[in-house]
Design a protein around this ligand. Sequence first.
Ligand code: ADP
Ligand code: ASP
Ligand code: MG
Length: 245
Amino acid sequence: MTAIRPLVMKFGGTSVATVDRIKNAAAIVKQQKAKYRHVVVVVSAPGDTTDELIEKAHQITRTPDVREMDMLLATGEQVSIALLAMALKEMGHDAVSLTGPQAGIRADAVHTKARITSINPANIVKHLRAGRIVIVAGFQGINPNDDITTLGRGGSDLTAVALAAVLKSPRCEIYTDVEGVYTTDPRLVPEARKLDTISYDEMLEMAGSGAQVMQGRSVEVAKKYGVVLDIKSSLVRSPGTVICR
Ligand code: ADP
Ligand code: ASP
Ligand code: MG
């Protein structure tokens, strides 16, 4: 059997914050599916869902149990995968949503900031071979105790990059609320300049000094496996920033 090398796309929280944004994300996926044939989509929780869930937990207890915290936070991403799958089906595409565990993502036992230990992509590949668009919940995996764990804030970036590495994707597209990586945060500094390309090390440096546009750990994994990243806006069609060697 020939290897399947799907495009991996990731949509951050603002890109799936409302029903209209979910439909917009589905339209972008449809377009890329026509181009790449096989597509895996990773999504974050809608909008501020994760922050709101953390806030709720802290209204109940000052010291939430970390296992229960992960159980709670993992629900956010499940809202997005199901709604995006429905949107794609409505557009006439076969799509299937998978949680992190269903996608074969195994993690260590450190709750709320687990590391991915391995990925068994068999289930994803089975659905891709059947012609389906596979939609995976970001930010989550299953640990050796069969408990759900989350991968730390911004962890959907890591899910996307790790899947792109395992599936040997030609590239990993990160759709967000800015048009790419800028010299500095464009929301704070209007004169910030968009960069066409940057190296992994430059992006690591920026992530290290607080640029949340890409989670630092995900950039480390991209560098290690040579995953080409393309950071772009889900709302404005314009060339983004390519991160490569
Ligand atoms: P997502 O929800 O799509 O993962 P994030 O909020 O995690 O998006 O990251 C995007 C945000 O990162 C932007 O809205 C921007 O304010 C911020 N940011 C900080 N530094 C930079 C930078 N150098 N270039 C682009 N965006 C940056
Ligand atoms: N929903 C998680 C967070 O807000 C993961 C992510 O968005 O990447 O941190
Ligand atoms: Mg993010």
